[in-house]
Design a binder for this molecule. Structure first.
Ligand code: ADP
Length: 181
């Protein structure tokens, strides 16, 4: 699924984010930035020790914030590490924190002149966010940012599983509805 936002493209695809040839891939990290499982483990394995070395100098990262490092041996130039919320039922500010992950990642990307960025489904793994709701927040936040800011040419969601791919594609499809007037 793919839509145009002015000169920029927003799209979903299935795959392994560590293989992406974009300028920056986003990592769904934890607050220590010292490595974890899921997509975080895959990124550190594929990128090699340079990423952990760079992360050690950052002093962690708050939930909803984002910090940038090298991508080591991966084809991307940078990894933007963001920390999604653990889902506790939805009444602890999780939606705002999840939106903040996408917004802060895009702000950090824009500050570094990044033109293309790939996101995983932040908080949709062990952090337990309900996938349709997480997909809607992700798509709405990235769509709003690309609508309001120039600079980025491409934002893609790289989804590992069928369930996240379907949900993110559906949320993106909802943004592509033709105008009725
Ligand atoms: P969180 O702790 O934020 O929930 P996880 O890493 O557990 O993060 O999961 C986030 C999402 O990343 C899940 O949908 C998971 O299937 C997906 N994922 C795991 N490995 C990869 C990968 N190599 N590329 C893209 N997505 C991945």
């Amino acid at each position: 699924m793919r839509i145009d936002i002015g000169p920029a493209i927003m799209e979903t695809c299935r795959g392994d984010i560590t293989k992406e040839t974009v300028d920056a891939i986003v990592n769904a990290a934890n607050e220590t930035l010292l490595g974890g499982g899921g997509v975080d483990g895959a990124i550190h394995r594929a990128g090699g020790p340079a990423i952990l070395e760079a992360c050690r100098k950052l002093g962690g990262c708050a939930t909803g914030d984002a910090k940038i490092t090298t991508a080591g041996n991966m084809p991307a130039k940078y990894v933007i590490h963001t920390v999604g919320p653990v889902y506790h039922g939805g009444s602890r500010g999780e939606a705002d924190q999840l939106a903040s992950c996408y917004r802060r990642s895009l702000e950090v990307a824009a500050d570094h002149g990044i033109k293309s960025i790939a996101f995983p489904a932040i908080s949709c793994g062990v952090y337990g966010y309900p996938i349709p709701e997480a997909a809607r927040i992700a798509v709405d936040t990235v769509h709003a940012f690309l609508t309001e800011h120039g600079g980025l040419d491409r934002a893609r969601f790289v989804l590992f599983g069928e369930g996240t791919f379907t949900a993110f594609s559906k949320a993106l499809q909802a943004k592509a509805q033709p105008r009725t007037s």
